[in-house]
Design a protein around this ligand. Sequence first.
Ligand SMILES: [Zn+2]
Length: 386
Amino acid sequence: MCINPPATIFYVHTHSMAVSLSFTITHQSSKSLARTGVLHTPHGLVRTPGFVAVATNGTLKSVDFARADAAGCELVFVNTAHFLVNSDPDWVASVGGLHGLLNRHNRPLITDSSGFQVFSWLKSNLVKQVTTQGGIVFKSYRDGRLVHVTPESSVLAQIKLGADIILVLDELLSNVASEEQTAASMLRSHEWALRGRDEFARRGDNAKQALYGIVHGGLFPELRAQSSALIGAQAEFGGFAIGGALGRARDARAVEALTAGLSALPRTKPVHLLGIGDVASIEAGAALGVDTFDSSFPTRAGRHFSALMADGALVHIRALKDASAPLMPECTCECCRQCSQAYLHHLFRTGSEQAMLAHFMCVHNLHVMHNVIMAGLRRRIERDEV
Ligand SMILES: [Zn+2]
């Protein structure tokens, strides 16, 4: 997709060395810390604030990348842990990295470190135990072998996978953790972040990938501020992510913690909010200065036959009763151009054709997320309404 050059450039982020990632802020709102911008990566642009769809195992499930990209996907998130368990980063490197494997040569990718994923497997009981001595050790749910992920091996795996943006290893705590537990975990994540930074300096290539540091501190603003100061001071990080147990970014405690977490990060670098992408949280996060948000909710909702509407509401196909109308009359997506609600109801009732229904609804949801909700948010920021 072609993007017109920004009309006004307020700031261009550059290093003395060649760097893969640069961030152009195109408008700073006068009403809040919200800004619009463009992230330039070796595989294309990301307009910000931008939504990042999650392709867990290298697939968005129910939608192929050609249709997802046509629906507006720019940056896409891939989970490293699945490639450690189900595949092999060396093999991925031998077939051209993730960009080659997914045949997504002209669109950017971001990978996580494995930290979040392994701890969420623990929460869902897929993995029984995770030890955090010097890294993360867990038993593969696939073949029972012990998988050891260190801050160094995580960065190395992500260098082989070759995404444009990669993340340092971190620990995910539950949002009911005490302040003491959260502080101990934050210090561990800090140590891992600095070890990841050093490994990237030894083995990585700034001209190909950017490593993001991750701010922790749970729901405790003082810890978030400490983490922001330490992580934000590392000039080697090409950008920053906000991690760990915030719940929904629109809740008052989460907003306070997020504000503190952003407080000491250089405003010239991009900020990603990890794993939070419901519409209200995006609105709240963007106003605080967050640039990108990943979540699997539009595709997950599509697979469960719920349509995303322009106001962010989800409506199940059963509740849509206007037989001759598409899902959303004003929508220009492939699904709304091709299908009446009657046809979608028919696919739903067949049972055997529900995969096609999931496909159509995922296409619609991604289109609305990117072209209606995020594009609308960017327009309102440009008008200083956010
Ligand atoms: Zn549509």
